[in-house]
Design a binder for this molecule. Structure first.
Ligand code: GLN
Length: 541
């Protein structure tokens, strides 16, 4: 295979059209034709990474194995492709500027005036080419965040223009994703916003090669012809992306529309085979035709925004499909859970998942939810903060440590069962300083988790600052509540289990970042299975 080919995905008209899903779907099709593909995301905001952003602003922060805090679209890439991404797959304006400014301070620009063009654009271009230069990929897809016409996007669009010029038309192409709105009053689909956004792109010197149109209704041929004519693309390069039941339908829809075919033709690539989507279709078949149905209560403080727990939701769906079970997620706001409301909120669910999180808001509700799940023997999975709350709950209600708390919530608490590691106490900077990325964990052989993972050493991704405080181990853990997973080097507590409960697991790490369509995460699969067993036993009683 020769040099890699580059595909750039831009967005027009509005944000949130699903560029990430289109990019991931195209990558899936090309991967299914035996091309080696990767996807990277360039975000125009000034934050160095999304790690310090509120989930309400930007949805979940996705963590890669190498410990990068990244945009949630990387989660889609991994879930669709079953491939690992890394720091190199997500670049922000903040990071680009940080790098350029550091170079300037080191004197690398030899006294020149440092400018957006060429210094910022050169930095962007070199990062756009980085993964391609590894020799590991035939095709690199680059998603440009934001919408064309935004001030912030300009240096990226200019970099893409230059790169196409450098690489040659046959080695690079642009897919522009736009919206075709439907006007209910006149019953019409409208192409004008698309024409305008393609024109905006043109003003920056970029002619879109393929136009993917998000639409609620089928685009008739005459409308496609109109888009082709006014936007200067061939008819087959006008691709319809109609609203679908699930994001996992999109690769099949793109296949029907021939997106991969048009891409390969433009890039002058010959595929070894037609896309083999057998496994993907098997997943969809199970996902869409469940035999059973269960409810999982997701207890968190960001539940109003679905994107805040994106990876958890997708992991639950993967695990549901594996169990041929429909998983209905009941979002439960942690601030609303207390002893008065617990039965109403939680008695209906077949499994309780206490979500990760930061800060004090809603934590008493999380602790109450843990207690309810523990006492009522409802399958329980606590993730990160959820695991920490499970420890505090047991300490308070079973080990007689009434004042147990985390120093994150109460820095002066009498019984800091969850506390900062010594190495974290001197860190003042918030960005990128948590315990991040994949760390090993050794499992106790005599445990539920060992029977689930079927191996002794696992590696899971982390994103937290606080840890179980070892000095409380003897007071809290007993024959029921046990540590069943620890970091082999530091002995930090990674997993707790309750042996007198049918399925009660708390994990300090984030299993949700590892679940993919091809390989649903074993912990989620087992959790859903336990919830199904619980649900069936409830029905029989
Ligand atoms: N806030 C907790 C910590 O920093 C948990 C983090 C999380 O749930 N990701 O340790």
């Amino acid at each position: 295979m020769g040099k890699p080919k580059y595909i750039f995905v831009t967005g027009g008209v509005t944000s949130s059209l699903g560029k990430g899903i289109i990019a991931a779907s195209l990558a899936k099709l090309l991967q299914a034709q035996k091309f080696r593909v990767t996807i990277q995301k360039f975000d125009p905001y000034i934050n160095v990474d999304p790690g310090t952003m509120n989930p309400y602003e930007h949805g979940e922060c996705y963590v890669t194995t190498d410990g990068a805090e990244t945009d949630l679209d990387l989660g889609h890439y991994e879930r669709f492709l079953n491939l690992k991404t890394s720091q190199a797959n997500n670049v922000t304006t903040g990071r680009v500027y940080q790098n350029v400014i550091e170079k300037e301070r080191r004197g690398e620009f030899l006294g020149k005036t440092v400018q957006v063009i060429p210094h910022i654009t050169n930095e962007i271009k070199s990062r756009m080419l980085l993964l391609g230069e590894t020799g590991d990929y035939d095709i690199v897809i680059t998603e440009i965040g934001g919408t064309v016409g935004d001030i912030e996007s300009l240096p990226y669009i200019e970099s893409v223009r230059q790169l196409i010029w450098d690489l040659g038309k046959e080695n690079a192409l642009v897919i522009h994703l736009t919206l075709i709105p439907y006007l209910a009053a006149s019953g019409e689909l409208k192409t004008k916003p698309t024409q305008h956004s393609v024109k905006t792109l043109m003003e920056s010197g970029i002619a879109a090669d393929i136009i993917v149109c998000r639409t609620e209704y089928d685009l008739p041929v005459d409308l496609r012809q109109k888009i082709a004519l006014f936007c200067n693309v061939k008819l087959e390069a006008v691709i319809q992306s109609i609203d679908v039941e699930t994001i996992y339908d999109v690769p099949l829809k793109m296949l029907e529309e021939g997106l991969n075919r048009v891409v390969l033709e433009k890039l002058q690539l010959k595929a070894k085979q037609e896309p083999d989507l057998t496994e993907w279709k098997q997943f969809l078949e199970k996902f869409k035709n469940p035999k059973e149905k269960i409810k999982i209560g997701l207890v968190g403080k960001y539940v109003e925004l679905q994107d805040s727990y994106k990876s958890i939701l997708e992991s639950l769906f993967h695990a549901g499909a594996k169990n041929e079970t429909q998983v209905d997620i009941i979002s439960i706001h942690s601030e609303e859970v207390d002893h008065a409301s617990e039965a109403e909120l939680l008695s209906q669910v077949d499994g309780v998942l206490v979500a990760p999180g930061f800060g004090e808001r809603g934590i008493e509700g999380k602790i109450t939810a843990v207690q309810y799940a523990r006492e009522n023997k409802i399958p329980f999975l606590g993730i990160c903060l959820g695991m920490q709350m499970a420890v505090i709950e047991y300490a308070r209600n079973c080990a007689g440590i009434a004042k147990a708390n985390s120093t994150e919530m109460d820095p002066d608490c009498e019984a800091p069962v969850i506390d900062l590691m010594e190495s974290q106490k001197t860190i003042l900077s918030k960005g990128g300083t948590m315990r991040l990325g994949a760390w090993d964990c050794q499992l106790e052989k005599d445990s539920l988790v060992y029977s689930i993972y079927q191996k002794e050493i696992i590696a899971e991704r982390h994103r937290h600052r606080y840890e179980f405080n070892e000095t409380f181990a003897d007071k809290i853990f007993d024959d029921d509540f046990k540590v069943v997973g620890t970091n082999p080097e530091t002995q930090l507590v990674e997993i707790v289990e309750n042996k007198s409960h049918p399925w009660f697991v708390g994990v300090q790490f984030h299993p949700e970042y590892e679940s993919t369509v091809a390989e649903p995460h074993p912990l989620f699969v087992a959790f859903i299975k336990a919830a199904l067993t619980y649900s069936l036993s409830k029905q029989n009683n």
